[in-house]
Design a protein around this ligand. Structure first.
Ligand SMILES: [Zn+2]
Length: 131
């Protein structure tokens, strides 16, 4: 399922979010490692920057960061939208406000387009196995 990939991207996809770090904004600089998991069902990864020794959420700096919907609900929302459900219908089925549907669809849509080529080559293996 395509949308699932939004949550399991390789650390190299991210760049350090610490603006005073030497590797700030450099993607694929190999300074980032996954150092932990958090969030409901431990689905959001905590990334560690070897350069500045800071930790941050993998969502930081992506359009999905700061959007507070639980991943389960977000996935459901995006599935409905990608299946062709309109904003009103999706909002009713997923039980979120219409504005929320619009906001997430826009954020994920732009994100997905920008990631498209990279995701083709990406293997979404979770080292922890199925949850
Ligand atoms: Zn850093």
């Amino acid at each position: 399922m395509f949308w699932g990939l939004l949550f399991v991207e390789a650390p190299a996809r991210y760049c350090c979010q610490n603006s005073v770090c030497a590797d700030y904004g450099k993607r694929g600089a190999k300074n980032l490692t996954v150092c932990g998991w958090f969030g409901k069902n431990q689905r959001i990864r905590l990334l560690y920057c070897r350069t500045c020794k800071k930790r941050f959420s993998e969502r930081k700096g992506t359009p999905l960061f700061g959007l507070k919907l639980p991943p389960e609900k977000l996935l459901s929302l995006l599935e409905h939208v990608s299946e062709g459900c309109g904003v009103r219908k999706t909002s009713r089925l997923v039980e979120v406000h219409r504005d929320t549907v619009t906001r997430y669809t826009r954020a994920a849509g732009g994100h997905a387009q920008q990631l498209h080529d990279e995701l083709v080559a990406f293997s979404p293996l979770d080292p922890r196995g199925p949850v």
